[in-house]
Design a binder for this molecule. Structure first.
Ligand SMILES: NC(=O)C1=CN([C@@H]2O[C@H](COP(=O)(O)OP(=O)(O)OC[C@H]3O[C@@H](n4cnc5c(N)ncnc54)[C@H](O)[C@@H]3O)[C@@H](O)[C@H]2O)[C@@H](O)CC1
Ligand SMILES: Nc1ncnc2c1ncn2[C@@H]1O[C@H](COP(=O)(O)OP(=O)(O)O)[C@@H](O)[C@H]1O
Length: 472
């Protein structure tokens, strides 16, 4: 038995949280180590029997905490195991447990949380005391991750997390993700007897002086996502750039040299996307208002991104005219529409309320993007990676969505399939060139491969004959 007051492993264990199934996680961590278990018996039950740990490791001490608690020494070398509450709490940690959280968080020890970092709530942490949540370096989730795991601000508590689902959840309790099965059901084969008119004519209203790139990338992504015809409407200064960068697209130049200013007629277009690199000029705000009203009047499918959203946020009376549109905000852009939010949970819920109120479809873009429908339902997108955290990635998504809407996919199909393929192209790019060096143009480069792989999966599992040369 170790007689010193420092141990290699310090375990904070709550007897009500413990089950035998945790042994498979904890035992390998304490094997051959000098360890102390601080056993909290909160409901004054009979003391938890840990003799099976003691039999396997005679260097382990179990100390039951009743009232007084003398804090252990936690050094850089100590491994702390937090097995206190998992996701079971509905109130912030308080009293002695809050002190334990503070002790652990102020140490330099490596912390492994089991179930969850104690103190973190599974969904809404708005009322939580963030200073009283254990900050783990690693979390071993014992059930499928709840919503909180997909929010940026909770990552410092979770550290690197992995799942060992020893308590699998019921299907209906899982966070909803778009599945590959779902998207291969959506994807439609290209018809042997078809022509460019079959796949729709899209209008991309994008770019301004210095932001031709955003427009170029959206245009290229559209062209690599099956659109039949593409017209770019962009200020005069960018004409040559687009004629060279995307020769497949037609360029309709604005009368203004540097920004979008013209009142457009959208007749004949199957879909319109507006926003990437548009800028915030006054003329553009006037022209955008007209465009929104045009699309509303003619029923032209509309996608609004980037500066399109930033301008829209200044004209809330137009929210009534975007019914059926797809909006693709990142967190900062959505807050211009729904107001400042203190955390991701509030942001998600307000975005859902916005989608319901104005009957719009929203892709709330982030490391895990949420696709939200006007009925309030949402799904998380499973594809994508941190290599996509680079300027222009969102412009690529807008181009993909324009192509899909122009081809006749419904808004719901479009947001699920579009977000999925965008992330998949990013994943293929990362696989080939790595996450550090990849750029938004690499996402575009790998779009054809992503479409090909998804189409082949659809062919294999759904039997649709994408590549048939048959004359039927
Ligand atoms: N090559 C180009 O021409 C490019 C043009 N772009 C255009 O530049 C204009 C301005 O867009 P920006 O998005 O840069 O400006 P915004 O002012 O809308 O947003 C920028 C801020 O949002 C933050 N942000 C973005 N994603 C976030 C996330 N997931 N979580 C937390 N914070 C996040 C960033 O850190 C930054 O502070 C748009 O029209 C856009 O299309 C960009 O797309 C970049 C490339
Ligand atoms: N860490 C990440 N993991 C997965 N996807 C990401 C990550 N970072 C960014 N993305 C994706 O890249 C895109 C970024 O869009 P956005 O912020 O609008 O960029 P931009 O305006 O530069 O085009 C979004 O689709 C987002 O989901």
């Amino acid at each position: 038995m170790n007689t010193s007051s420092t141990y290699n492993v310090v375990i904070f264990l709550n007897s009500t949280f413990y089950t035998n199934s945790l042994d498979q996680i904890i035992e390998p961590l304490i094997s051959n180590q000098s360890a102390i278990v601080y056993l909290f018996n909160i409901h004054n039950q009979e003391k938890l029997d840990l003799t099976h740990w003691e039999k396997k490791n005679n260097n382990i001490k179990v100390e039951e905490i009743t009232s007084q608690f003398v804090p252990p020494t936690l050094t850089e070398e100590t491994l702390v195991i937090d097995a206190l509450f998992g996701f079971e709490l509905q109130h912030p940690l308080s009293g002695g447990f809050a002190a334990v959280a503070r002790l652990i968080n102020s140490s330099k020890s490596t912390v492994v949380s089991i179930g969850a970092p104690s103190g973190l709530f599974p969904e809404d942490n708005t009322t939580n005391n963030l200073n009283h949540i254990i900050k783990a370096n690693y979390t071993i989730l014992t059930e499928e991750p709840p919503l909180a795991c997909y929010f940026d601000e909770n990552q410092p508590f979770l550290g690197q997390w992995n799942i060992l689902p020893i308590n699998p959840k019921k299907e209906e309790d899982l966070v909803p993700f778009t599945s590959e099965e779902e998207v291969i059901d959506i994807i439609k084969p290209r018809r042997r007897f078809s022509h460019k008119g079959t796949y729709g004519h899209g209008l991309l209203v994008a770019g301004s002086l210095g932001m031709a790139g955003a427009c170029s990338m959206a245009a290229s992504a559209s062209l690599k996502s099956g659109i039949g015809l593409l017209t770019i409407h962009t200020p005069l200064c960018n004409r040559a750039i687009h004629q060279v960068s995307t020769p497949e697209a037609m360029v309709d130049c604005d009368t203004n040299e540097i920004c979008f200013s013209q009142l457009l007629d959208t007749t004949g277009y199957k879909a319109v996307a507006v926003g990437p690199g548009l800028g915030l000029a006054e003329e553009s705000a006037t022209a955008l208002q007209h465009l929104i009203l045009q699309c509303d009047e003619l029923g032209t499918p509309l996608i609004i991104d980037a500066d399109g959203l930033n301008i829209l946020a200044n004209y809330p009376h137009l929210y009534r005219n975007i019914k059926g549109a797809i909006l693709t905000p990142h967190p900062v852009e959505i807050e211009r529409l729904i107001g400042k939010c203190n955390n991701s949970y509030i942001r998600l819920n307000r975005a859902i309320e916005f989608a319901k109120k104005f009957e719009v479809f929203i892709i709330l873009k982030d490391a895990y993007s949420f696709v939200i429908c006007p009925d309030g339902s949402y799904q998380l997108n499973p594809t994508g990676n941190e290599g996509m955290a680079t300027g222009g990635s969102g412009d690529v998504l807008t181009g993909i969505l324009l192509a899909l809407r122009a081809q006749g996919y419904s808004q719901e199909e479009c947001i699920k399939l579009g977000t999925y393929i965008h992330g998949k192209a990013g994943d293929l790019a990362a696989l080939e060139v790595g996450k550090i060096g990849m750029t938004a143009q690499d996402i575009i480069k790998y779009l054809p491969k992503a479409w090909k792989e998804l189409s082949e999966t659809a062919l294999k599992y759904n039997g649709f004959n994408l590549f048939s040369n048959s004359t039927n």
